[in-house]
Write a protein that binds this ligand. Structure first.
Ligand code: CTP
Ligand code: MN
Ligand code: MN
Ligand code: MN
Length: 368
């Protein structure tokens, strides 16, 4: 039998920060089903079952071989009964009836549509669903709804925003952001974080971390031009405050969930050129792109970089590991040692891993 040598199931850590997970996923069939189940629990605000399926998905993404028999998952962490049932059915039937039920569920389908709009989360979806709304067309037609500024932008640029961002678009936007930032702050460091830093070829947005070594004069940066839509959230960080213990910590950096107007060379599409009423002026020569801009003080840069690089599951497990294995509290600003009652400074991600007693994991190995 083909066994992968050096792979010992019982030695796989329950924490994804102790595993190296590349984008090479041998078990997509299973992890896709788990992610559908997890999303449905997220829509139902059942965090426990949501995390159960996300953790299981993360373990299977790490496996260096495809699962073909129940024996293959023997000894692995995070394989509870609910998870095993789904795996067993996929092995036997080729698909999961539970995941299929979710995909056909009316509530899931509505929430999936609603949350695909920028600015719409589970809370808003819940409200709309309770009002009897089921589709985005119905939401748009309902003139009594009061949409936030963010949601209005979400509907206005909907088609562009649901189409994914390519690596080439990310590189183009990166140049624009870097040039713009540097005209205001010549020494500033601008780094792509999020999925693109982990090596992904597509994303739903582009995440940037901006820091300025030396004296701080970055507060005004986000208030200057260039954006189609920009919701600026001022920094609420208080010096010496303890790191947050929440599992999905929102940080206190000044940040901006923006939509950027990326001009693109016109595609020479023959179906346009042959149409009778073709008018060059009416062809849109730009694409709306979601960009997250985060401004961090230089001393917190390494923590912000680690937090904003993700994946989300990797970050959750880093914080869970810090809390339960090290009696420390980690968030996107700092690491606090509760035994010693001190903040641990770090100038690089490597130093943070060292503080936590973890082997370094490269960004492209954090696709948990
Ligand atoms: N993040 C965070 N605080 C927020 C929002 C996001 O720390 N308020 C982190 C997330 O945990 C994630 C990373 O920033 O690890 C990037 O978030 P996001 O853009 O949502 O996900 P990506 O991994 O970049 O994937 P996608 O292609 O969907 O954007
Ligand atoms: Mn992202
Ligand atoms: Mn995302
Ligand atoms: Mn983002």
């Amino acid at each position: 039998e083909p066994e992968v040598p050096s792979f010992i199931a019982s030695k796989v850590s329950q924490y994804s920060c102790q595993r190296k997970t590349t984008l090479n996923n041998y078990n997509k069939k299973f992890t896709d089903a788990f992610e559908i189940m997890a999303e449905n629990y997220e829509f139902k605000e059942n965090e426990i079952l949501c995390l159960e399926f996300l953790r299981a998905a993360s373990v299977l993404k790490f496996l260096p071989f495809p699962v073909t028999r129940m024996k293959d998952i023997q000894g692995l962490p995070c394989m509870g009964d609910r998870v095993r049932d789904v795996i067993e059915e996929i092995i036997e039937e080729g698909e999961s009836s539970r995941a299929k039920e979710v995909l056909n569920d009316e509530r899931y389908k509505s929430f999936k549509q609603f949350t695909s709009v920028f600015g719409v989360g589970v809370k808003t979806s819940e409200k709309w669903y309770r009002m009897g709304l089921r589709t985005l067309e119905e939401v748009k037609a309902d003139k009594t709804l009061k949409l936030s500024k963010m949601q209005k932008a979400g509907f206005l640029y909907y088609e562009d925003l649901v189409s994914c961002v390519s690596k080439a678009e990310a590189d183009a936007v990166s140049l624009i952001v870097k040039n713009t930032v540097c005209t205001f702050l010549p020494d500033a460091l601008v780094t792509i974080t999020g999925g693109f830093r982990r090596g992904k070829k597509i994303g739903h947005d582009i995440d940037f971390l901006i820091t300025n070594p030396g004296p701080r004069e970055d507060d005004e940066l986000l208030h200057k031009g260039l954006l189609l839509y920009c919701d600026i959230i001022e920094s609420t960080f208080v010096k010496e405050q303890l790191p947050s213990r929440k599992i999905d910590a929102m940080d206190n950096f000044q940040k901006c969930f923006a939509i950027l107007k990326l001009y693109q060379p016109r595609v020479n599409n023959s179906s346009y050129n042959t149409s009778k009423n073709f008018d060059m002026a009416e062809v849109k020569d730009w694409k709306a792109i979601r960009v997250d801009l985060v401004i961090t003080p230089f001393e917190q840069y390494a923590y912000a970089l680690l937090g904003w690089t993700g994946s989300r599951q990797f970050g959750r497990d880093l914080r869970r590991y810090a809390t339960h294995e090290k009696k420390m509290i980690l968030d996107n600003h700092a690491l606090y040692d509760r035994r010693e009652r001190i903040f641990l400074k770090a100038g690089s991600e490597e130093e943070i891993f060292t503080h936590l007693g973890l082997d370094y994991v490269e960004p492209w190995e954090r696709n948990a």
